[in-house]
Design a protein around this ligand. Structure first.
Ligand SMILES: NC(=O)c1ccc[n+]([C@@H]2O[C@H](COP(=O)([O-])OP(=O)(O)OC[C@H]3O[C@@H](n4cnc5c(N)ncnc54)[C@H](O)[C@@H]3O)[C@@H](O)[C@H]2O)c1
Length: 382
């Protein structure tokens, strides 16, 4: 199949990501079927799409006629069969729980046309394992959009062990058609690129909070002061603490126990305080985006520490052949999070020797193996 053969895209899940991906598909001129497990969820997803298109009309990015045409192009469903029976490409955005993903893919394999590609928007999970429940693993691929899908440009296109080159190319070309910046992930590896490179930050930030060295607001204020559009804790709330929690659990199970989510996060997830989507998480979202008091910035927290452990983690992806080049990692980090520079671009300015030394110090200070500098980092040959 070629990208030109795609006429209709089905999206499984109408939540934060599902409705956003459905809107991206509409904006790119596709017919769309959006499916969730209850009518009220698809209704809500559709209302969010309407609201967002309305804003685009106000900003004169979309005409009123265009909006109407797009809304005529989307159907909403609770029944899987009906949603996917004539789809050429399916994108799954159901919760980040492997059992749910497997059930969804089994159903998709039974109901979607034989030629259809089945993509997962999973943030971290193995594409190979998801594909294993289907009779078409060569047509299963990862297509990892970022939140909010309409605005964020990165799409990681992930190759499972059995994904064919044809499927990789169709998914990559589809991302281009959607006006996104695709990055090929050549090996199915936990967290792919963006989330993997960021993962050690959660260990460091968690350790700082647990030791009582700073509050989330103090760290976020510092990161905002140095130019980050959103601090790391606010970002966790924005993404959803449940998503962050399940992601950390998956990393802990599959990569290293050091990634285990902190106790406070489990407590918040159990209490249903999940961040923006429930109005309260680490911060209060009931009146909109939380006010971060920049005067509270933790001045002796050095943001370069976060860069150092990111660069180190990124070298592990190079060593493992997960991506072809450092440029791909920089491209992913810039387009997935709105940073001005990627880790390797920053590292060139700081110096690899300094970064390796700092990683060694952090590994000792916190007793964390994940911070230990890799051979590649120590060699400085990147
Ligand atoms: N939130 C983010 O920032 C983000 C970013 C990138 C990727 N992701 C990934 O996208 C996926 C969805 O995340 P989200 O944030 O949209 O979650 P969400 O909780 O907002 O939405 C998930 C939706 O899936 C629905 N659902 C449950 N079972 C289903 C099934 N069997 N079939 C179809 N729909 C089903 C739920 O009812 C819910 O509406 C996850 O894999 C997540 O890791 C999330």
């Amino acid at each position: 199949m070629k990208v030109e053969d795609i006429k209709k895209i089905a999206v499984m899940g109408a939540g934060d990501m599902g409705h956003g991906i459905a809107e991206v598909a509409l904006l790119s001129g596709y017919k769309v079927a959006m499916r969730d497990i209850e009518q009220r969820f698809v209704d809500k997803g559709l209302a969010r799409i309407k609201e967002s298109l309305e804003k685009l009309v106000e900003k004169q990015k979309v005409t009123e006629e265009n909006k109407k045409a797009m809304l005529a192009n989307i159907g909403i469903f609770v029944d899987v069969d009906k949603a996917v029976k004539d789809a050429d490409f399916v994108i799954e955005a159901a919760p980040e729980i492997m059992d749910i993903k497997k059930k969804v893919f089994q159903a998709l394999d039974e109901s979607a046309p034989k030629h259809a590609v089945l993509a997962s928007n999973t943030s971290n999970m193995s594409i190979t394992e998801i594909a294993s429940v289907t009779k078409r693993p060569e047509k299963v691929v990862g297509m990892h959009f970022f939140n909010p899908a309409v605005l964020m440009r990165l799409v990681e296109v992930i190759k499972g062990d059995k994904t064919s080159e044809e499927t990789m190319k169709v998914a990559y070309d589809l991302a281009l058609k959607m006006n996104k910046v695709p990055v090929r992930v050549e090996k199915d590896s936990i967290g792919f690129v963006y989330n993997r490179v960021n993962a050690p930050n959660s260990i460091l930030l968690g350790a700082i909070i647990e030791r009582g060295w700073a509050t989330p607001e103090e760290i976020d204020a510092k990161m905002r002061k140095v130019g980050m559009p959103m601090g790391p804790y606010e970002l966790m709330d924005y993404v959803g603490l449940d998503v962050a929690y399940h992601g950390a659990l998956y990393f802990a199970e599959r990569l290293s126990p050091e990634f285990k989510p902190p106790k406070w996060m489990k407590e918040k997830v159990d209490a249903g305080t999940l961040g923006k989507k429930t109005g309260k998480g680490i911060f209060d979202w009931s009146k909109g985006r939380p006010e971060i008091n920049l005067a509270k910035a933790k001045e002796d927290f050095d943001p370069t520490d976060l860069i150092a452990i990111q660069v180190n983690e990124a070298t592990k992806l190079l060593e493992g052949g997960v991506v072809k080049s450092p440029d791909d990692i920089d491209k992913a980090m810039v387009n997935g999070g709105g940073a001005a520079f990627g880790p390797f671009q920053l590292a060139t300015g700081i110096g690899y020797d300094k970064i390796a030394k700092r990683c060694e110090e952090l590994a000792k200070k916190f007793g964390v193996k994940a911070f230990e500098p890799t051979k590649t980092l120590k060699s400085g040959k990147i």
